[in-house]
Design a protein around this ligand. Sequence first.
Ligand SMILES: [Mg+2]
Length: 215
Amino acid sequence: MPIVVFDLDGTLVDQARAARLWAEEFVVEWALPDTVVDRVSAELTQRTSKDGLFEKLVSDLSLPISAGELWGAYRRRMPDLVRCTEEDKDALRKLRQAGWTLGIASNGATDNQEGKIRNTGLADLVDGWVISAEIGYRKPDPEIFQALARHLDCALDGWMIGDSLEHDVAGGSAAGLRTAWISPLQPSSPASEVRPTLIAPTVAEAAMMILSVGH
Ligand SMILES: [Mg+2]
């Protein structure tokens, strides 16, 4: 059965909005200046490992807790703050009805990412997932896509849908997949050497295009 691989943050769930909500709560909890919200939410939305970020926050803001405690609090809270739209969930159901096997390949910490997948209901709408921290490979390494295909017991033949040109589009392409770039703000061509097969503003619209193309 052909596969559709999804990125999680910024693709199936609105990580940036959730990170801002977390930053707002964080500023209230620690009675920090409002200006900290912009800085923290921007840093939390960068597509890099969070290693070092919480250490810097604790140090710069002179917080009386450890970086590990703060990172743990973030990972526990984020699954409650992210959302997946009903349109995108419906698109997943339609893809599955059309015979596609659906999987998620996500860079991040296992508890945080799995918490998001379960709390949003995505766990029931896909066939499985792999998280970088658990398997030891991060996108764009093609090995993460191969690990997902092995986990789902299907060929790595199909599509990768994601919002990162570097991680999802270049990575998916290197793994032999066609690619859909989720770009809500830049519907035109990407200013990059990386060329996705198609560009769509949402997962729902990308799914409709894939369904119209067929296997
Ligand atoms: Mg992403």
